[in-house]
Design a protein around this ligand. Structure first.
Ligand code: BES
Ligand code: ZN
Ligand code: ZN
Length: 503
């Protein structure tokens, strides 16, 4: 564990105070404010060596009026700002003070504190196993609560914090790992290692021969040219009590995407180790959930892992693939491979008969162009599920925008000589939406035509799709000062599953 959390205030620890503009004006003299260049403004940090204290400003200046639900004070970012401000010092032991979120209930304070601590933890973590220089490595932090905050339910909070910190870090780590370390040949060992000894977790692995027999023609085509054969993992977390609900989480698992024969050029290949970001998101979510208790909800995580490579046996544009669902797909571009692997993984997910299916995928460049690296695109076929997810994303302050998956565009992915096309006819336009529409064909069993599947009463499953192409990985530094994998969406997915479990 990379941090320790102590419910009791530590002597010697650097005291962290959250200071609003009002508090700053009331309690700090003008000359002190001037010398510290600190007025209580959002994310301003001041270190006072004499009293071994850090002040962090929490007051957002009112900006031009807008309807931005993402403009609230973000305690995760604030926690990160504190750690980034002292990154070059040896300070690593903190006592958190003054978590009085004005006028808010105890629960809100507790959540703010948890998020602040998590932000501190994430800002201190980076992938450092390849570095020699200790100064560049992750920091281990020790956090504690001031006596005045001891009324907060700290033990429960500590458990939640540990679960989220472990889950988010796992997501970030596996995204940042190079493709030689995390690929279809190594992933199963990593999954087994993470859940080792946890009796509530069951792991099933389907290898190439089995997948061929099952008819996963879309998934297998994508992974064909790699020396690391495709593999499908299915991890199940069992609840403590009787199973009343099932949720299926599906993640895009391209451990490398060079584009295939439609090879990526001009620098677009660099960073494509992150094309398993959807799987990593679900892996981290599962890890966190496995450390928390679920009463009645069984959670299934399914990922089809492959590398999209070139070679004499690579799949080609013009190929017509038969998916696990039986629907045929004409390949228009081998770089639109994620949806092919997801098609078969989603079909497999429907066979678990879940109440909800949620997928996460670094699916389209179009999503990044439309929404930037800040935002996830949320699509789906069920308004209730979308509303519940969107509400959770707002609560967790993980930037996500609902994008309508309009029927107007469906004909874009419908083929002439095969059922579907793997790329919209207007290739460059609304690619994140046409990709979502393509996927929707694989959660609707009424469209399936693989006789081997033996589906008794076919139905369209309630499904949501998260295009995290921008939000999973930031090329520059993101709002918490992190370069590379962000771990964004794990918090919301964990919370969503907990909410369903508590319903
Ligand atoms: N993995 C990429 C999408 C992507 C792009 C993720 C940028 C993260 C950052 C996906 O497989 C892909 O290559 N999409 C292409 C398809 C197109 C060339 C047919 C795209 O959207 O640009
Ligand atoms: Zn691609
Ligand atoms: Zn891809």
């Amino acid at each position: 564990m990379q941090y320790t959390f102590s419910p009791k205030a530590l002597t010697e620890a650097t005291q962290v105070y959250l200071v609003s503009k009002d508090t700053a004006e009331k309690h700090l003299s003008q000359s002190l404010r001037d010398s510290l260049k600190f007025s209580g403004k959002y994310k301003q940090v001041a270190y006072l060596p004499e009293s071994n204290s850090i002040y962090i400003g929490v007051t957002k200046e009112s900006s031009v009026k807008s309807l931005d639900v993402w403009n609230e004070v973000d305690f995760y970012e604030l926690g990160a700002a504190v750690v980034n401000a002292v990154a070059k010092t040896s300070i690593d032991t903190f006592t958190l003070q003054g978590f009085a979120v004005a006028g808010k209930s105890q629960n809100v304070r507790q959540e703010a504190l948890l998020r602040f601590a998590l932000g501190m933890h994430q800002a201190a973590w980076k992938l450092d196993i390849y570095l020699a220089d200790d100064k560049k490595k992750s920091k281990s932090l020790t956090l504690s609560l001031a006596e005045s905050e001891s009324a907060l339910k700290t033990l429960e909070m500590e458990r939640e914090l540990a679960a989220l910190a472990t889950g988010v870090t796992l997501t970030r780590e596996v995204v940042d790992l190079p493709p030689e370390a995390f690929n279809p040949s190594t992933v199963v060992d990593r999954i087994r290692a993470e859940f080792e000894g946890q009796t509530s977790v069951e792991i099933k692995v389907l290898y190439k021969d089995e997948l061929e027999k099952m008819g996963m023609g879309a998934f297998l085509a994508v992974g064909r040219a790699s020396v690391n054969p495709p593999v499908l993992s299915h991890v199940i977390i069992k609840p403590q009590g009787e199973v009343k609900k099932r949720i299926a989480l599906v993640g895009k698992g391209l451990t490398y995407d060079c584009g295939g024969l439609d090879i990526k050029v001009g620098g677009f290949m660099k960073t494509m180790k992150m094309d398993m970001g959807g799987s990593a998101t679900m892996f981290g979510t599962m890890k966190a959930l496995s450390l928390l208790d679920l009463e009645h909800t069984e959670v299934h995580w399914i990922s089809a892992f492959a590398e999209n490579m070139v070679g004499g046996n690579a799949y080609k544009s013009d190929d017509i693939l038969t998916s696990y669902s039986g629907q045929t797909i004409e390949v228009i571009n081998t770089d639109a491979e994620g949806r092919l692997t997801l098609a078969d993984a989603l079909t497999y997910a429907t066979l678990q008969n879940p109440e909800y299916i949620i997928d996460a995928a670094t699916l389209t460049g179009a999503c990044v162009r439309a929404l930037t690296e800040h935002f996830t695109a949320l699509m789906g076929n069920d308004q209730g599920l979308i509303d519940m997810l969107q509400e959770t994303f707002v609560e967790e302050q993980e930037k996500t925008i609902h994008v309508p998956m309009s029927e107007v565009l469906r004909e874009q992915v419908q083929g002439d000589i095969a059922d579907l096309l793997n790329l919209g006819k207007d290739a460059g336009m609304g690619g994140h939406i046409t990709a979502g529409l393509f996927l929707s064909h694989f959660v609707d069993q009424t469209l399936f035509r693989n006789p081997e599947l033996d589906i008794q009463s076919p139905k369209a499953y309630k499904w949501a799709h998260l295009d995290i192409a921008g939000s999973a990985y930031n090329k520059g530094k993101n709002p918490i000062g992190v370069n590379g994998a962000t771990g964004q969406t794990v918090r919301s997915l964990v919370r969503f599953v907990q909410k369903i479990d508590q319903q």
